[in-house]
Ligand binder design. Structure first.
Ligand code: ATP
Length: 440
């Protein structure tokens, strides 16, 4: 096996593979597509689910100090007044008076020349454009019924802080984690699912005694970097970048971004922020509720500080796809393979009867029944076996189990390893053990 040529136009290859193999489709494709929205197909929905499950497992299941939440997407203006989003969550926009194209002022390289039509000094003054989607609740349009689609999941953790802390009987340091959709009316969506108007986030708010904030900030930066590394993102493709003072958000006293090396350069996967007591204080002030914790040992009330690791589920999924993509020549044939960690791989096992002959079907079904309750498995009996192996390579399936005519006599199957392409003959009786030693 030789390594193929350096991977050029990797993005194009990924986008094509995603469409061809049912990973990601342009939304409303039959109507010509709806810009910047995507649908996750049979394979993509599994992949995205695995990314989210890996996060949930490490952030909630394996910890006694973090609990989960699933808060609403719609919320009243009061929440966003308190959070600062109505006032601050905006981008500076300029229009070109010649061609009417609109740009983010902070993304223009040359403020004197329009990149679209090359007109000189044609921009309007910059104005703030709020990124939140606004709609109205109930049958009557008008103020008082305005609602917003959340642009981040975090506020649900702050508004529910007291209820969660009391019902889960937690004391700081403890966290509330949530996975869910967020919406931002991005001015320049693009780069496939990197920046979309509807996306999924995985966020956790960790409430700590104020004097422990710095220590926990360092802890979460390390912990979150390790999560990506452990799931197969190579060290040279990921970095932790502390924000400069002028980059910090209105709420933050310290932020580091976890960045991935995308084909166009470094891009943020996750922000880890030390938010201080900004959020709880703001919501306490606006709601009139007391959002403090009473420490019985100290005998005093305090407002916990918050450390927030905020990741994108859809954006991370794209990073996992890019990191997993590989090409190699096998006997002059180019093989494309997604070398996912088995926890991320959409299917763990593919059951492949060598032919569609009826004599093989009952045994192939028997094998599928053996593995399906333990691992997400694919069953595929069409096309020649070589093509089916290639298809599973492109889906990143770690193990293919082939049932052939000898199986009927020796009650054994062939197991092919995705990465080495080596094959083992294993008895049906031993199959689940064999896979269980290699898959979680
Ligand atoms: P960016 O600078 O890329 O706009 P951000 O700093 O505004 O991101 P945060 O508000 O920190 O992003 O959101 C946390 C995470 O949510 C980001 O690191 C990213 O993974 C994800 N995310 C944010 N906006 C989008 C989007 N429009 N599309 C897809 N994922 C997004």
């Amino acid at each position: 096996m030789e390594q193929a040529e350096p991977i050029d136009s990797l993005m194009e290859k990924i986008v094509n593979l995603c469409k061809r193999r049912g990973v990601i489709f342009q939304s409303a494709d039959i109507y010509g597509g709806f810009r910047s929205t995507y649908d996750y197909g049979p394979v993509g929905s599994l992949l995205l689910r695995n990314v989210k499950e890996a996060w949930w497992k490490s952030m909630v299941q394996l910890r006694h100090d973090v609990v989960g939440l699933d808060a609403s997407i719609l919320s009243p203006p009061a929440v966003w007044e308190a959070s600062g989003h109505l006032e601050n969550f905006s981008d500076p926009l300029v229009d070109c008076k010649e061609c009417n194209e609109r740009f983010r002022e902070d993304q223009l390289e040359d403020l004197g020349t329009c990149p679209a039509c090359k007109a000189e000094n044609s921009f309007t003054e910059a104005r703030a454009f709020n990124l939140m989607f606004k709609t109205h609740a109930g049958p009557v349009e008008g103020t008082g019924h305005d609602v917003y689609l959340r642009p981040e999941t975090a506020q649900g953790m702050f508004t529910n802080f007291k209820l969660v802390q009391e019902t889960a009987r937690k004391k700081p340091p403890f966290g509330i984690a949530q996975i869910g959709k967020s919406f931002r009316n991005e001015i320049t969506p693009g780069n496939f699912v990197f920046r979309t108007r509807e996306f999924e986030q995985m966020e956790m708010e960790f409430f700590v005694p104020p004097n422990e904030a710095n220590e926990w900030f360092e802890y979460w930066c390390k912990e979150r970097m390790n999560w990506y590394l452990d799931l197969g993102i190579p060290e040279e493709k990921i970095q932790l970048r502390p924000h400069d003072a002028d980059e910090l958000s209105h709420y933050s006293s310290g932020t580091s971004d976890i960045e991935f090396l995308f084909p166009w350069g470094w891009g943020e996967l996750e922000g880890v922020a030390n938010r201080g007591d900004f959020d709880l204080r703001a919501h306490a002030q606006h709601s009139g509720e007391k959002l403090t914790y009473f420490d019985p040992e100290l005998g005093e009330h305090y407002v916990p500080h918050v450390i927030e690791p905020a990741a994108g589920a859809t954006r991370s999924m794209m990073a996992f796809l890019l990191a997993a993509y590989d090409e190699e020549y096998v006997n002059d044939d180019l093989r494309t393979v997604l070398r996912f960690d088995e926890r991320i791989a959409p299917y763990k096992v593919a059951v492949l009867p060598l032919s569609r002959k009826e004599t093989l079907t009952p045994t192939a079904q028997e094998i599928f029944d053996l593995v399906k309750s333990r691992w997400m498995s694919d069953y595929d009996e069409t096309q020649n076996i070589g093509k089916r192996y290639r298809r599973q390579d492109e889906l990143g399936t770690p193990y293919c189990v082939t049932i052939d005519f000898d199986t009927l006599d020796d009650r054994a199957v062939t197991i092919r390893d995705r990465d080495t392409m080596e094959q083992d003959r294993v008895s049906i009786e031993q199959l689940v053990n064999y896979l269980g030693e290699r898959l979680s």
